[in-house]
Design a protein around this ligand. Structure first.
Ligand SMILES: Nc1ncnc2c1ncn2[C@@H]1O[C@H](COP(=O)(O)OP(=O)(O)O)[C@@H](O)[C@H]1O
Ligand SMILES: [Mg+2]
Length: 261
C-alpha cells in the first residue's frame, strides 16, 4: 500500500495508550481514542483534565511518555513533518496580531507557510468567514467572535485536512459563541475533520458527532450522544420526564455531585 493510499483510508486521528506526566503530576494514564474522517469529535473534560496535553501530543508539540498517536495515518513520533503538514492547531490563546488587519494577519500566515498567492488565499478565507467588510480594519477592533473566527481562518491557510480547536469558544459572549459554532459546522460540512476540546457540555452536545469524556487521566466514556445517553442509569431515567442532558450523563458517570438547581 502506498503512503497516499494509507492517508485516504486511515482514520483521521488515532490515539492509543497515551501517557504523560509533568513531574509527579500524572495527567494522562492511558488515553485511547479514534476520530473518523469528516466528523466533529469533542474531547470533553474539566479544567486541568489534560485536554491541551492530549492535543499537544497530536500536534507534535509535546512528546508522550508512552503510547502512540497517528494523524491521517502518519505517526506523530516517527513522521512529525507529515503530521504537521496535515493538521492545524488553533490554540486556546489567539494567534491574531491585533496591530494588523484581518487581511494582513492571513497574508502573514500564508507567507510564513509558503502558500502560493497569499493575497488570493486571504481574500477567500475572509469571504468564507464573513470578514470581508472588516478585512482592512485592525483586528484589535474586532468583536470576540470575529477575532476567534479570524484565528480559525488563519489555521486553515494551506488547507489542512484535520483541524484541532482547543476550547474554541472559551471567553466568548453568547453571540460570539454562536458565530463560532456556525463556523465549525461549515468547516465540517466542507469535509474537514474537526477535533475540538471543550469544558462545556452543551457545546459538545450541540456540535459533535461523537464525544469522549476525559476524566482522571483516561477516557471514561466515548460515543455518540445517543450512546452516551444509553449509559445513563435506567433506574434514574424512569423518574425523569425529559431525556437526560449531557450534563446529567457526565455527572452520573463521573460520580460528581449534582449542582443545586
Ligand atoms: N508544560 C507543563 N508543565 C507542567 N505541568 C503542566 C504542563 N502542561 C500542563 N500541565 C499540567 O497538566 C495538567 C493538565 O493540563 P492541560 O492539559 O492544560 O488541561 P486542560 O487543557 O484539560 O485544562 C494540569 O494540572 C496542568 O497544570
Ligand atoms: Mg486546555
Amino acid at each position: 500500500m502506498t503512503p497516499a493510499t494509507t492517508s485516504t483510508t486511515a482514520p483521521a486521528i488515532t490515539v492509543s495508550g497515551l501517557r504523560k506526566s509533568f513531574g509527579d503530576n500524572v495527567v494522562l494514564r492511558g488515553v485511547d481514542l479514534t476520530v473518523q474522517r469528516g466528523e466533529i469529535f469533542a474531547l470533553l473534560g474539566a479544567n486541568g483534565a489534560g485536554k491541551t496535553t492530549t492535543i499537544n501530543v497530536l500536534s507534535t508539540l509535546l512528546r508522550p511518555d508512552a503510547g502512540t498517536a497517528t494523524v491521517a495515518g502518519h505517526d506523530v513520533a516517527a513522521d512529525a513533518p507529515a503530521v504537521r503538514r496535515t493538521i492545524s492547531l488553533t490554540g486556546q490563546f489567539a494567534a491574531v496580531d491585533e496591530i494588523l488587519t484581518g487581511r494582513e494577519n492571513l497574508e502573514l500566515v500564508a507567507r510564513l507557510r509558503r502558500v502560493p498567492e497569499p493575497r488570493r488565499v486571504a481574500t477567500g478565507l475572509l469571504e468564507r468567514f464573513g470578514l470581508t467588510e472588516a478585512a482592512d480594519r485592525r483586528s484589535g477592533t474586532y468583536s470576540g467572535g470575529m477575532k476567534r473566527r479570524l484565528d480559525i481562518a488563519m489555521s486553515l491557510v494551506g488547507a489542512p485536512s484535520v483541524v484541532v480547536l482547543d476550547e474554541p469558544t472559551t471567553g466568548l459572549d453568547p453571540q460570539g459563541r454562536l458565530e463560532v459554532w456556525a463556523t465549525i459546522r461549515d468547516l465540517a460540512d466542507a469535509g474537514t475533520t474537526i477535533l475540538l476540546t471543550t469544558q462545556y457540555l452543551d457545546e459538545a452536545e450541540a456540535l459533535a458527532h461523537r464525544i469522549a469524556i476525559l476524566h482522571g487521566g483516561t477516557i471514561i466514556a466515548n460515543g455518540t450522544l445517543a450512546e452516551l445517553t444509553a449509559l445513563f442509569p435506567p433506574t434514574t431515567v424512569e423518574y425523569v420526564e425529559k431525556k437526560p442532558t449531557l450534563e446529567e450523563i457526565f455527572l452520573a458517570i463521573t460520580g460528581s455531585e449534582t449542582r443545586e438547581s
